[in-house]
Design a protein around this ligand. Structure first.
Ligand SMILES: Nc1nc2c(ncn2[C@@H]2O[C@H](COP(=O)(O)OP(=O)(O)O)[C@@H](O)[C@H]2O)c(=O)[nH]1
Ligand SMILES: [Mg+2]
Length: 152
């Protein structure tokens, strides 16, 4: 069965767990020691949703503000953006509305879904990428004029 190609971008502050989530998903291991992402890293994975095989290219970006110009190069043609924050740092959730949505020029969140996962225990991990593929396939719940990209 031919796969439908979709692009997924991970954004969120430095240390929100993006790289661990991405590595736990592809390598099936929790990375250590801590490594700082500086550039964009991307990988392909196949996700089956509702009978459709999706080839999801996932871009892991660097969250630090210093890398904003570099990071935004990853945004064009995204089908879905995963807005990440650390569950054990509630203040990192504020950065979703204060920093990450404005960087995507959106005024309020209209996310396709909200999910929690652990890169360490793998709990909820595959559901994150299944939902990302589903959001990429079906598009935003309410289609915006300037964007056909979904946010999770
Ligand atoms: N307990 C726990 N720690 C995590 C989890 N995911 C990431 N971390 C820790 O959070 C820190 C930042 O993770 P990292 O993936 O590098 O964040 P990034 O900067 O968003 O890519 C590291 O010290 C990780 O060990 C998780 O699911 N559970
Ligand atoms: Mg990282």
């Amino acid at each position: 069965m031919a796969a439908v190609k979709k692009k997924c971008v991970l954004v969120g502050g430095g240390e929100s767990g993006k790289s661990c989530m991405h590595e736990a998903h592809i390598e099936n291991r929790f990375p250590k020691p801590y490594s700082l992402s500086v550039g964009d890293d991307c990988y392909d994975c196949y996700v089956n949703v509702d009978g459709t095989r999706v080839l999801l290219t996932v871009w892991d970006t660097a969250g630090q503000e210093d890398y904003a110009k570099f990071r935004t190069l990853a945004y064009p043609h995204s089908d879905v953006v995963l807005l990440c924050f650390a569950l054990d740092q509630p203040s990192s959730l504020d950065t979703i509305t204060d920093y990450w949505l404005p960087e995507h020029l959106l005024k309020k969140i209209d996310a396709f879904d909200y999910l929690e996962c652990s890169a360490k225990t793998k709990e909820g991990l595959s559901e994150v990428f299944e939902t990302a593929a589903r959001a990429a396939l079906y598009g935003p719940r309410v289609r915006k004029k300037k964007s056909s990209c979904s946010f999770v």
